[in-house]
Design a protein around this ligand. Structure first.
Ligand SMILES: Cc1ncc(COP(=O)(O)O)c(C=O)c1O
Length: 384
């Protein structure tokens, strides 16, 4: 099998991650609750996860990092917690995933926020000045998908933050965390949302949200926190304020191990490896007759390791099925939970076939994928 669906979830997980989860499962896990040795050990596991994620993003204060079950929860936590009101103006990129687009569409319908979508520039890349020219006195928030899970376009997040000044930037790092160096983000970002099971090499059911000091925040859910148990009022200090209920100790043990693995390898090495393979793949498919590559041009500087294609005469799902049946290659077809993006790039409603390369892919994997695409293109019209 050749796994090229790392944009959906990464595979394989490093052995260290599997071991950490197994070890955690073999012990009682009630962090922040009981006072016995096993509970204290579980708290240490959570602390280790918080410390490693804080190192990854260069966070000045890891207590402002709340763990969630995935980036969708983190983004909902952020969008609901900021207390958007009728008439507030919110900018987002056009390359958003439904994890931000659906909450924004709901706020637009139910409380009439003014949600404005910023289109990508001519090369399919988001441009800082396109956010800046749309700012108004009522602009409360800018929402940015750091890298498109369809086109692979990498947004210039820091330049966008500089262009919008004091307006908070909510960054969806689902497709970037663990794939590029981000250890200065804590110095300038406002809200960083991440998921644990993609580039961070952790298990599903893990994710988080970091909120910079000074941003007013309301929890989406309240309940047991293990702290201030005498009060019916949920604690207002972070991270307890945003972590009601028993934490996912087993999952966070795996997330800590995944992030530590990446930090040991070095994020610059991860980026170099993934983009080397992406460059090779792009160069070897660009001239396939009938094949269109969706997204920014042939260079890889403004990309992550995600390449979506449309092959003339094929539906995206038929192409994915033939790649699996004929070559054992696993990719993702369809709309990738990002209908807005497909509308902007002209692939709605048919979608595209997405190859997403991960740290454990090899040159042989992408060579086979490029050859498979060329062979299937050559057989167009002679299928089945
Ligand atoms: C850009 C982007 N945002 C959000 C998500 C949602 O991730 P999760 O399902 O882990 O919440 C994904 C992944 O599918 C994504 O690619």
């Amino acid at each position: 099998m050749i796994y090229l669906d790392n944009g959906a979830t990464s595979f394989p997980k490093p052995p260290e991650v599997i071991k950490a989860i197994n070890d955690a499962l073999a012990a009682p896990a009630s962090p922040g609750r009981s006072g016995h040795a096993a509970a204290l050990n579980a708290s240490r596991t959570i602390h280790r996860a918080r410390k490693s994620v804080a190192r990854l993003f260069g966070l000045p204060d890891n207590s402002r990092l709340a763990f969630t079950s995935n980036v969708t929860w983190s983004l909902n936590l952020a969008l609901n917690g900021l207390g958007l009101k009728t008439g507030d103006h919110v900018l987002s990129s056009a390359l958003e995933h439904n994890s931000t687009a659906r909450p924004l569409a709901r706020f637009q319908k139910e409380i009439q926020i003014d949600w404005e979508v910023v289109p990508p520039g001519p090369a399919g890349l988001m441009l800082a000045e396109d956010f800046q020219v749309r700012l108004r006195p009522e602009t409360r928030l800018v929402v940015l998908n750091h890298a498109s899970n369809v086109t692979g376009a990498l947004a210039p997040a820091k330049a966008i933050k500089e262009a919008i000044g004091t307006i908070p930037l909510l960054l969806d790092t689902a497709q970037t965390a663990g794939s590029l160096p981000m250890d200065d983000y804590g110095q300038w970002a406002d809200l960083i949302a991440f998921t644990g099971h993609k580039g961070l090499l952790g298990p599903t059911g893990t994710g988080g949200l970091w909120i910079r000091e000074g941003l007013d925040f309301r929890p989406l859910a309240v309940g047991g926190s293990g702290s201030r148990s005498e009060s019916l009022v949920h604690p207002d200090f972070l991270p307890d304020a945003l972590e009601p209920g028993t934490a996912n100790t087993h999952g966070l043990a795996g997330l800590a191990a995944g992030v530590e693995f990446l930090l040991n390898v070095g994020l610059d090495k991860v980026r170099e490896h993934e983009m080397g393979l992406t460059q090779y793949f792009l160069e070897n498919i660009v001239n396939i007759p009938g094949l269109s590559i969706i997204g920014p041009g042939p260079g890889v500087a403004s990309r992550v390791a995600t390449v979506s294609v449309v092959l003339e005469g094929w539906s995206s799902s038929d192409l994915a099925a033939s790649l699996e049946k004929g070559y054992g290659i696993m990719i993702r077809s369809g709309l990738h939970c990002a209908p807005l993006t497909h509308q902007f790039v002209g692939t709605f409603p048919g979608g595209a076939s997405r190859f997403s390369i991960g740290y454990f892919n090899t040159l042989e994997d992408v060579q086979t994928a490029a050859r498979a695409l060329a062979e299937l293109a050559a057989h167009t019209g002679h299928r089945g």
